[in-house]
Design a protein around this ligand. Structure first.
Ligand code: GDP
Length: 420
């Protein structure tokens, strides 16, 4: 069935807090494991003289999938009655961040796992920060290994407040905190008799409650101009509808120049035919009522739902360039069909993508660093925040002739006013 809804989820957490066990359990409980995986794990456990480990299920599963091919992201899948889930798993933070920022992978929701006994560790904090960097807003915190704290409501509540305070400071607002014991299967598929005080849904039910993002077609119209062709006396504006829908007769505005007009015709070449309504993903040409000069890079949008138009904004970027990214140097920024000179106005924070450790006092961004920056473009451009539109909220930076970094728009830049 190809019409089933798919939700991409990433599972993060400090090493040994139970990531693999949670995933192994989810795969097991939803009967999503390949034939023979359980037997193989039983055998491995016996040979090692250890008890059955759900965590090994993941190894068995990944082995099967990889078959010696090196890939950057493995995709584990499981299914519930409601929809299909893909667990985005990368060999390291670096790959995950790079894939997410470049658009090679996309996780809409996250499970952040914390060991109830060990509590919040440095990595838990860093993972919280990753979610904030990537603008992942649908987050559940799983407080795992509840068995080790005797399923104590008090300790759970304490940990929840502590984690909540930290995450809220990063502008991450977890939708739920779920106490579980992945190892013993408590509160995973069914409410746990060990935790009668917990009134929420068990994990597998809760996960079905993640609300899926609106599809690109349901978002605001973003039609970046690729080219303007002149046929006879008509000017045809061509490009790809990146999001939303466009209908003949729509009142539109062309940005950044802010010219208002009405859509006269839509030419949809794929069908050698005229259409009166087109939507996200289609390459089309349109003509408009008012003939004025339009050019590549401008956005055709609906009047009542416009993107930001600015020459300064906040971004989170992943740097791959051989030379460090530095302030006051000219780079080229490409955001869909827009190309503009830009510079790094300010470097707010730099993180080593491999270790996730903050780089002290960094003014330059080195290869494989992730940075929060403020970018200034030579002229105003159109964009959205990444969390609102993954296409018009993403850009690449070109250093000389090389694509050297990718980034996502995290917000507008507003100068802090000093009140005297
Ligand atoms: P990961 O490094 O985050 O993937 O952690 P693992 O899933 O490999 O788990 C690390 C260790 O914690 C393993 O020995 C698991 O058996 C154990 N573990 C995982 N979940 C639980 C749990 O709910 N209770 C207890 N007591 N141990 C657990």
């Amino acid at each position: 069935d190809t019409d089933r809804e798919v939700l991409n989820v990433v599972v993060v957490g400090h090493v040994d807090h139970g990531k693999s066990t949670v995933i192994g359990r989810l795969l097991y409980d939803t009967k999503s494991l390949p034939e023979g995986a359980i037997d193989r794990v039983k055998r491995i456990s016996r040979e090692k003289g250890k008890p059955f480990e759900y965590a090994y299920l993941l190894d068995a599963f990944e082995e099967e999938q990889k078959q010696g091919i090196t890939i950057d992201t493995t995709q584990l899948q499981f299914h519930t009655d409601k929809r299909d889930y893909v667990i985005i798993d990368a060999p390291g933070h670096k790959e995950f961040l790079k894939n997410m920022i470049s658009g090679a992978a996309s996780a809409e929701a996250a499970l952040l796992i914390i060991d109830a006994y060990e509590g919040i560790q440095e990595q838990s904090r860093r993972h919280g920060y990753i979610l904030s960097l990537l603008g992942i807003q649908k987050v559940y915190v799983l407080v795992n290994k509840m068995d080790l704290i005797d399923y104590s409501q008090e300790k759970f509540t304490e940990l929840r407040s502590e984690m909540n305070e930290f995450l809220n400071n990063l502008h991450v607002y977890p939708l739920r905190y779920i106490p579980v014991s992945a190892f013993y299967g408590e509160n995973m598929t069914a409410p746990s008799a060990k935790m009668p005080w917990f009134k929420g849904e068990p994990l597998l039910k809760a996960i079905d409650s993640f609300e899926k993002d609106k599809g690109l077609e349901q978002k605001a119209l973003r039609f970046p101009i690729q080219d303007v062709y002149k046929f006879d006396s008509r000017r045809i504006i061509a490009g790809r509808i990146e999001s939303g829908t466009l209908t003949v007769g729509d009142d539109v505005v062309i940005l950044p120049s802010a010219k208002a007009t009405t859509v006269k015709t839509i030419e949809y070449w794929a069908e050698r035919d005229k259409k009166s309504r087109v939507s996200a993903g289609m390459s089309v040409g349109i003509t408009v009522e008012d003939e004025f000069f339009n050019q590549r890079g401008e956005f055709v949008v609906h009047k009542n739902d416009v993107p930001h138009v600015a020459d300064i904004f906040r971004a989170n970027l992943f740097w791959l360039g051989k030379n460090p990214l530095v302030k006051n140097k000219e780079y080229k920024l490409k955001l869909v069909t827009q190309e503009v000179e830009c510079e790094i106005y300010s470097v707010l924070k730099v993180i080593d993508a491999t270790t996730l450790a903050a780089v002290d006092d960094a003014q330059a961004v080195k290869t494989n660093d992730v940075a929060e920056v403020i970018i200034r473009t030579r002229k105003p451009i159109c964009f959205d925040e990444f969390k609102n539109n993954p296409i018009t909220g993403r850009f690449v930076l070109v250093d000389g002739y090389n694509v050297s970094g990718g980034g996502i728009v995290s917000g507008l830049y507003t100068q802090i006013q000093t009140v005297t």
